[in-house]
Design a protein around this ligand. Structure first.
Ligand code: AMP
Length: 557
């Protein structure tokens, strides 16, 4: 064979052998009076010293609630200061933070709370079309009569209490603002001893990614996994205490809480949240007024920012760098980000939740061509290979499945050893399910996905999960879900539906039915009602054929 498709990242950058709490404290000690966190929509600003005060108080308050190292604490809220405080406070005492997508609705919430065995949940009051208190009330009708901390719900037997970010939540919820003073009941000595007992290989975070088996799987990540990934991403960007990073990406995903928060914490850079959820105008205003040096986003966010007619009114000249990642980055968008957003040093990163997330990244010295056509080379201290369907490494230039090995590979899927064994092989390689090729210099191009996942506006949607959901509708006899290309969102969802004889349903009716049950981004845009699906002779549904037909039909209008 020619050169095999296998590379190692640089080995000259040592990994951080410490817990997240230790890394956080080291930064606080170095940069105490510099700005640590700015939350524009809450008008809050913290220096590292002020942030540390709040983090330590909330860590002790979590102990006072009875949460112990290894217990799970859910967080179901859009980006806010409390999200950041909860992330570091939980890590300080080794509580495993369970990130819950704020767009989740009751059925998804119940599943992840139960599957991870959350003891406490932090939730927002209301946001956009989600009323979190009301949804929790649906799952826990007994809540109103019970004291926070002594919850005894039939559907969520392990959940002991709820913390609301609202100042005056309904009965049964403990308000967030009541936590700080609870810290006093925990002696500092006990708190310090607990911190010192933690090990960096212990789990600290669970992030749910929708699985092809139909239900979300909880990628379980250690201090070592995510601290080092945030650190290496920041090293590649050349972050320092003088950098100010605008983080419009969601904190519940690795992009926000690892590449954003931990990237900053490991370098003393300032974390800046422009809004609770992405908004292109607020992001532009934030960059200009905060004199930001770095900006993160998925391609659709950068497209929305570039499309803003008032963009020229904002002074973006302070920007230097940033990352575009999460989905294929269109070449033209990359060129415009460099020239029109002043992000001369912007980099591309590739990764997945299960690998903390980044495994490949373009470097500061990579020319424009490499940054617009590849996802870069293997990150320091990691290995990449491309294999064929038998698991054999292919020659450079050939397409196969991309695999990653090293410090960033998750501990496993929470409570699901079978799914873990399918994803991570006995030699420690995470099989990404993405098709890729590696060139002679080790630069990787993503060719597509060999799994059926749809990526709509940066959100991953697994057809199998949606298909199983539609099966619960009384009129639906069979259903197949596919993704088709879309200029705005990258992909749009199409559901092909076979109805039971004698039943009727329209696309609008099914969309309405989805509304209160699943996150809005998973609701199919198009429905096609059919008698049969295209099948192979061996009885397998031909999704590629369905895709061709839907694309053709929609083009005809
Ligand atoms: P997630 O687990 O949500 O981070 O999604 C991971 C998936 O996003 C990967 O398996 C890829 O399919 C896709 N992805 C992430 N980054 C990129 C990128 N830079 N280019 C193309 N696809 C990407």
């Amino acid at each position: 064979m020619n050169q095999p498709s296998y590379t190692q990242g640089r080995q000259d950058k040592p990994l951080l052998a410490m817990t997240i709490g230790q890394a956080f404290d080291a930064t606080v000690a170095r940069f105490a009076e510099r700005e640590a966190l700015v939350v524009r929509h809450q008008q809050q600003r913290y220096t590292w010293r002020q942030l540390a005060d709040s983090v330590d108080r909330h860590a002790r308050a979590f102990m006072a609630l009875g949460l112990k190292t290894g217990d799970r604490l859910g967080i179901w809220a859009p980006n806010c200061a409390q999200w950041c405080i909860a992330q570091f406070a939980s890590a300080k005492v080794g509580i495993i933070l369970v990130n819950i997508n704020p767009a989740y609705r009751t059925s998804e919430l119940e599943y992840v709370l139960k599957q991870s065995g959350c003891k406490w949940l932090i939730c927002a009051g209301a946001f956009k079309s989600s009323n979190y208190h009301a949804m929790i009330g649906e799952l826990l009708p007994e809540l109103a009569g019970q004291a926070a901390g002594q919850l005894n719900g039939e559907r969520l037997p392990e959940l002991r209490g709820l913390i609301s970010l609202d100042a005056e939540p309904p009965s049964g919820f403990l308000p967030w603002h009541a936590l700080a003073q609870m810290a006093d009941s925990i002696e500092l000595e006990g708190y310090d001893a607990l911190q010192q007992s933690l090990q960096f290989d212990q789990p600290v975070n669970i992030q749910y990614t929708s699985g092809t088996t139909g239900f979300p799987k909880g990628a379980t990540l250690s201090h070592y996994n995510i601290l080092n990934n945030g650190y290496m991403v920041g090293e590649s960007l050349g972050l320092t205490e003088h950098d100010r990073m605008v983080i419009p990406v969601p904190l519940y995903h690795c992009f926000g809480m690892v590449m954003g928060n931990l990237g900053c914490v490991t370098h003393g850079s300032t974390m800046i949240y422009p809004s609770d959820a992405f908004d292109p105008v607020l992001t532009l205003g934030c960059v200009a007024e905060e004199r930001a040096t770095a900006l993160y986003g998925v391609p659709t966010m950068f497209i929305a920012i570039l499309d803003q007619p008032q963009r020229a009114e904002y002074d973006l000249s302070s920007l230097r760098t940033g990352i575009m990642a999460g989905a294929t980055c269109p070449i033209e968008v990359m060129r415009r980000v460099i020239s029109e957003l002043h992000m001369a040093e912007v980099q591309i990163a590739y990764g997945m939740t299960e690998t903390s997330p980044v495994s490949l990244q373009t470097g500061p010295d990579d020319g424009l061509e490499l940054r617009v056509t590849t996802v870069g080379r293997t990150q320091p201290q990691l290995e990449s290979k491309v294999v064929d369907e038998h698991g054999c490494i292919v020659a450079r230039g050939q397409i196969g499945e991309l695999c990653t090995r090293g410090y960033s590979v998750m501990l496993g899927y929470w409570g699901n050893p079978a799914a873990t064994a399918e994803a991570v092989d006995p030699a420690g390689w995470m099989h990404t399910g993405d098709l890729a090729s590696m060139d002679g210099q080790g630069y990787v191009c993503i060719a597509g996905r060999n799994k059926d996942m749809i990526i709509r506006g940066g959100e991953n949607i697994y057809p199998r999960e949606l298909e199983e959901f539609f099966f619960t509708h009384p009129a639906v006899a069979d259903v197949q879900v596919i993704g088709i290309p879309d200029d705005r969102y990258g992909e749009e969802i199409v559901a092909w539906v076979k109805l039971h004889p004698g039943h009727s349903a329209s696309g609008e009716e099914l969309q309405l039915w989805c509304k209160s049950r699943i996150a809005h981004f998973k609701t199919p845009r198009y429905f096609r009602f059919v008698e049969e699906f295209p099948m192979t002779v061996t009885g397998k549904v031909q999704k590629f054929r369905m895709r061709e037909i839907s694309i053709e039909e929609l083009a005809r209008g």
